[in-house]
Design a protein around this ligand. Structure first.
Ligand code: FMN
Length: 171
């Protein structure tokens, strides 16, 4: 699907069939995360794939994963991510977010649905999966086949108009 239609079609899905995601699709999702651009090509990303009942039960203790049969936790290494020298701003969250978005868009292209989750308790998550201190959990992505109707018109209703966000040459 071409990108503009993909972007129009994608929406957050909060209900999934209990059908397993095929191995080849999981591989495509992971490769999309691998190909994502990162600041100075530092590639600080790590992707924790949860596809077993026990792992999914654990992640659901720190966040509502809407019954997804597949969950990916996108993390980024604080010690590897590029830091802008002028103000010491780390790109760790930006890099992790781009990786997560690549996974989300790839999912849509594969006929899967997804939802970003950042409403999670990082302490519970870190403990549950023995996440090392240097890794920042950036996003949980729920993945699978949707069990709910997608609302194709929602962008028209829920997005602010371009005029409210775009400025040419000066504010
Ligand atoms: C950074 C980020 C964090 C989000 N966190 C959550 C979350 O914790 N739980 C949830 O249900 N949706 C979450 N979402 C989904 C947003 O609510 C959703 O993208 C937004 O309402 C627009 O709807 P759409 O994705 O269907 O276009 C998050 C989205 C983004 C981009």
């Amino acid at each position: 699907m071409d990108f503009s239609n993909l972007a129009k079609q994608r929406c957050s899905v909060r209900g999934y069939e209990q059908k397993k995601v095929e191995e080849s699709k999981i591989e495509d999702l992971l490769n999309a995360g691998r190909l994502a651009p990162t600041a100075a090509n530092k590639q600080p990303q790590k992707i924790l794939v949860l596809d077993k009942c026990e792992s999914l039960a654990k992640v659901n203790k720190s966040a509502n994963c809407h019954g997804a049969p597949l969950v990916m936790i996108v993390l980024a290494d604080k010690e590897t991510a590029w830091v802008r020298p002028f103000d010491k701003k780390s790109m760790v969250d930006i890099d992790g977010s781009i990786v997560a978005d690549h996974i989300v868009m790839q999912a849509e292209d594969l006929g899967l649905s997804s939802c970003w989750i950042t409403f999670f308790d990082p302490c519970i998550l870190k403990e549950a999966f023995a996440i090392p201190d240097n890794l920042e959990p950036v996003a949980i992505i729920t993945l699978g086949y949707s069990s709910v109707m997608k609302d194709a018109e929602r962008h028209i209703r829920t997005r602010n108009p371009l005029e409210s966000m775009v400025f040419y040459n000066q504010f």
